[in-house]
Write a protein that binds this ligand. Structure first.
Ligand code: HGY
Ligand code: MN
Ligand code: MN
Length: 420
């Protein structure tokens, strides 16, 4: 619970042009092929984006900390050296076909509030720390939110280092290779509160005509990695009743996941996003299929039930097709209820700024979902066009970015306490 301090006046605003310019400059690093970004965790592009962020933080007079998972902590001193800092931030890594704003808005929105405090020479009692969490997306190294998961004690650090990408490169080796492994023990920092600004990544705010999402909860998630094993054979000369087709098994289990999620409506989702068949040759029946199921719900009982149904019914499909099957959980977090005090600070900030807002449950996972376990935490959301994200066409307006960043600014400064 965070005790609200003196609230900033409603005319206290960030510089939206400077924020937008920073977003566009960061977007030039690790460009995608269709106007978005491909700045995956611990790639050279990620390292370049980190270096730019570090330069900006140093220009803003911040001191940079770096922990053993590569997470960056840029600190602005408060007037009370004993006061725990208010943390703000998100992630700079992107999906392979990512947008320009997922995660980046939260990191640069945090930097922008620092820049504004500097412009206005405003001091806060609590220090403020802007954070870039490593490997939030989980697309290169599963699970998602890996560094914030280690920070909050949900994952062991040595296990995290062993996570490998599709080419067999490990998180630990790549962290050293790109030169972003710090000395600071992970999780040693204590927080007064944590706030994360993020685009909604869904269609609700835009459809409802709201400028701000006051995030009260986050839905839970399971990632289940399925391996099906069949037999390679000629796609032309092998009779249909003699085939052990792992690709067919993957298709049927993908349909099963969809049907289970549809049957669990409302507030349930399921899909297969990552899928590989082997040997992936046009005229060879796949002997192996490796794919990851992503199921989510804000309702823990429903989420648990969906997983149980998949684990009961997928083996039946495999057996009918004569396939071997293994199902391995590779990512999980329970549904999250954010801190009431922090959520109130977000809502009060939106009200003070005269911005339309509504309560919302986050469909996507965020670092805040893990940090909520070790510090009072809340999120601010702004709309995105057509609710589209994890797509290079992801788009927001400068006004939405400014609205979100101003609410973040007010909630953080109120929590950190302005010192007259
Ligand atoms: O998967 C997620 O929800 C997040 O984008 N990592
Ligand atoms: Mn994100
Ligand atoms: Mn994402």
């Amino acid at each position: 619970m965070t005790a609200a301090m003196t609230a900033p006046g409603e005319n206290l605003k960030i510089d939206s042009g400077r924020l937008w310019d920073s977003l566009m400059q960061m977007a030039k690093i690790g460009p995608g092929v269709a106007g978005g970004n491909n700045r995956q965790a611990l790639t050279d592009e990620d390292a370049e984006g980190r270096a730019l962020f570090q330069r900006w933080c140093e220009d803003a007079g911040l001191t940079m900390g770096l922990d053993q998972m590569g997470t960056m902590f840029a600190r602005r001193e408060g007037t009370d050296p004993d006061a725990l800092p208010v943390y703000v931030g998100s992630h700079l890594d992107t999906q392979p076909t990512g947008g320009k704003y997922d995660g980046v808005l939260g990191v640069l929105g945090g930097l922008e509030l620092i820049r504004t405090l500097n412009d206005l020479n405003i001091k806060t009692r609590h220090p403020i720390v802007v954070t870039n969490w490593t490997n939030e997306e989980g697309s290169r190294f599963a699970p998602p939110m890996l560094a914030s998961g280690v920070f909050s004690g949900m994952h062991e650090q040595e296990w995290a280092y062993t996570r490998t990408d599709a080419d067999g490169l490990s998180y630990g080796d790549e962290l050293v290779r790109v030169g972003w492994k710090g000395d600071e023990p992970v999780g040693a920092r204590k927080m007064h509160a944590f706030f994360e600004l993020h685009i909604e990544q869904g269609p609700i705010l835009e459809a409802e005509g709201k400028q701000i999402g006051v995030v009260t909860h986050g839905q839970g998630l399971w990632w289940l990695e399925v391996t099906l094993t069949g037999k390679e054979a000629h796609t032309g000369s092998t009779p249909m009743n003699m085939r052990l087709n792992a690709g067919l098994g993957m298709a049927r289990i993908t349909e099963l996941v969809h049907q289970i999620a549809m049957a669990a409506q409302p507030n349930a989702v399921g899909a297969v996003g990552q899928a590989n068949v082997y040997p992936n040759s046009r005229n060879v029946i796949p002997s192996k299929a490796l794919f990851t199921i992503d199921i989510r719900s804000p309702d823990l009982e429903k989420l648990t039930e969906m997983r149980a149904q998949i684990e009961a019914e997928a083996p039946i499909i495999a057996q009918e097709l004569g396939l071997g099957i293994s199902i391995k959980p590779v990512g999980h977090f329970d549904p999250v209820t954010f801190d009431a005090g922090c959520v109130t600070a977000v809502r009060a900030a939106a009200d003070r700024l005269g911005l339309s807002h509504m309560n919302i449950v986050s469909g996507a996972g965020h670092d805040a979902c893990w940090i909520n376990r070790v510090a009072p935490t809340a999120m601010v959301m702004c709309p995105c066009v057509d609710g589209l994200s994890h797509n290079e066409a992801e788009e927001i307006s400068q006004e939405w970015a400014a609205a979100g960043a101003n609410v973040l600014f007010h909630a953080v400064v109120e929590t950190a306490g302005i010192v007259e």
